[in-house]
Design a protein around this ligand. Sequence first.
Ligand SMILES: Cc1ncc(C[n+]2csc(CCOP(=O)(O)OP(=O)(O)O)c2C)c(N)n1
Length: 287
Amino acid sequence: MTMDPTRFNREAKPTWCPGCGNFGIQNALKKALNALELEPHQVLLSTGIGCSGKISHWINAYGFHGLHGRSLPVAIGMKLASHALTVIAEGGDGDGYSEGMGHFIHACRRNVDITYLVHNNGVFGLTTGQVSPTGDQGFVSSTTPHGALERPFHPLALAIGAGTTYVARGFSGDSERLAGLIADAVRHPGFAVVDILQVCVSFNPDKSYKWYQERVFDLDAEGHDPADRAAALAATEPREDGRLPTGLFYRAEAPTLEAGLPQLAGAPLVDHDIAAVDVAPLMEGLI
Ligand SMILES: Cc1ncc(C[n+]2csc(CCOP(=O)(O)OP(=O)(O)O)c2C)c(N)n1
């Protein structure tokens, strides 16, 4: 059966700035969902607040655009309630690595079978340009007029350290390669993080498409072994020549959280018949 490759399109047009890296990420996500032969009703997006989080408005699938920094706990709840669905959490670096940081670390160690896509542009875009936790030291923004004093952290080093079983990085300017990484991440049975180097033409314009194109390369080209955890952590270290590795950093096998929940062994929770469940004894025990 040939599937219609436009089935994830919506009529509404994105309001992102012309040239925004989110367009490349949106294309990559649609390509990945198409390659996975999923139908819109099988996909659920949980997105955070920010320009990036609006992606759930413009992809034809189930979507929930919730509170700032909370895309992950919502996505985990969705997956546990209806684990037959493909659940993807998505948002910006401000949403996930600033406001949502606590949720991020716990999602890394929990290993629920969801995918997390972070549109990492080093800046809070929607609120018109405040430095984020991945913004460079010295970055001049509306909150750091004399240059950011704090050093950025590397989200992928943190993800590997906290127990994530699939860790990759893509680039918004290479949607073909990014689509491959996203599809691979969705196929991975466990928590999969894809940090995406995203161009923000309006509030981080120095890091243009050209700037990234001169620096990004694929770890594959260096013969990197994603099963080697120490090598994966080493690959997250900043390079003296300023080059930026992309591709698959780390992949490991580990039981998902769902596998340890006997309640999910049969039908998804949403399909359980609860009409005959008597909660009275439980309520009495609590009073
Ligand atoms: C609880 C809360 N705090 C702050 C805000 C204001 N706010 C909206 S979006 C945003 C940051 C968005 O940055 P990022 O996640 O990097 O997304 P981008 O817009 O760059 O895609 C902030 C701080 C909010 N909406 N809610």
